[in-house]
Design a protein around this ligand. Sequence first.
Ligand SMILES: CC1=C(CCC(=O)O)c2cc3nc(cc4[nH]c(cc5[nH]c(cc1n2)c(C)c5CCC(=O)O)c(CCC(=O)O)c4C)C(CCC(=O)O)=C3C
Ligand SMILES: [Fe+2]
Length: 430
Amino acid sequence: MSDPLAPYDAVLLLSYGGPQGPDDVLPFMRNATAGRGVPDSRLAEVSVHYQRFGGASPINARNAELLEALRAELAARGSRLPVAIGNRNWHPFVSEALRGLADAGARRVLALTTAAYGSYSGCRQYREDLAGALALLADGSDGATGQGPQADAAARVGGAGGGPVGMVVDKTRPFYNTPGMLQASADAIVAAYDGLAAQGIPAEAVHLILVTHSIPVAMERGSAPDVAEAAGATPPVPGWPPVREPGVAADLSTEISYVEQHLGLARVLLPIVAQRLGLDSPPALDLAFCSRSGPPQARWLEPDINDRITALAQAPEPPGGIVVAPIGFIADHMEVVFDLDTEARETAEALAMPYARAATAGTHPALVASLADLLAERAAVARGESVVPTSTTGAGPFHTVCPDPCCRPGGDHLHAHHPHHAARRSEEDT
Ligand SMILES: CC1=C(CCC(=O)O)c2cc3nc(cc4[nH]c(cc5[nH]c(cc1n2)c(C)c5CCC(=O)O)c(CCC(=O)O)c4C)C(CCC(=O)O)=C3C
Ligand SMILES: [Fe+2]
């Protein structure tokens, strides 16, 4: 009997990676910042965050839990495919994971990222990581030589297999718009409100702030620039039929930017939260950002979560408490345990503002089920079946291969194929 995920013969969970001990912190930070214009001062500052946690990022344990939950879910659905984890910036690197799968006989791998939203960082860059790892595998050099983090990985894999391998890897689409993300986010926010209610703060008095990772403004623009125009279509509307022909990358009319993806989730999430808490109207839509990086002169998405908390606390009628919900992350990794549980909490405490941080989705069964559905959806596409992707928001991105205009890093790379747009945008920037 064929596997429900056929034609794939392995699954790869693609993630960011994090140090496993104090000695890993500096080399990990060098990998994470290499060639990305992150100043040494920021590298040093973030290294201290990791050392505060004994040099080990919680991302490794959280990803191990997700891997186990996903394995169990796929097994329960009758799949026998091996599931491995491969990271961009630390062991096991993508090249190490693919070599392991190849040595076990895999040749057609389906990759799923731990990034829920599409942008260069969360989408195209993972495809670049896969391409780099596959190039090493194809000439067998992953066991010996190479460049950058993958090469470092390769040097340590040494001879596990070593020979050239031809392998194909496909990737699933971003999954912020799946039912599992919606349900896990709603459950977590309701639980955080309940925590404040137990301290005597009624839901009506609470202000909800949704939080995600800041990215450069240029990367936000590159995440879905002028895609409606590129497709010759009207902008995305709820209920747009997101039908995709087998083998065709995307319906460009449903491609929306990184920020718009968060707002799309928020618009379906807030009424559910209100209903479950018995509120007369949904909480105000308030999206803030954490973990700003990059050089000081670069523009990143704002407001920063700390600035937002300060502004609320100093408003004429401050809320009775705040719930901070990190919908941008699916697990409690460093951005969550440091930037939110440590820094933002201190900001709130200094202003005597009651603070509750909503849980991340983690291994919420609804999320794990949606991730398994996503793999099944992509496998059906690979088999040539016509598939209507599930979307709680009515919009994408649904692509599994970035259409040319989307998921661009921004900056000089933005609009490389649209010089007239580049000119217009640089005017806007000045
Ligand atoms: C959109 C996005 C996600 C969410 C999607 C996804 O999950 O992929 C994400 C996740 C993560 N980011 C992480 C860690 C870091 N991110 C950095 C730097 C950067 N992140 C960026 C964006 C994102 N990052 C960007 C545009 C940069 C600037 C440099 C560059 O363009 O790459 C740096 C460098 C130092 C700094 O400046 O902070 C570090 C150490 C960890 C691991 C945490 C742990 O160890 O527990 C995770 C899950
Ligand atoms: Fe993409």
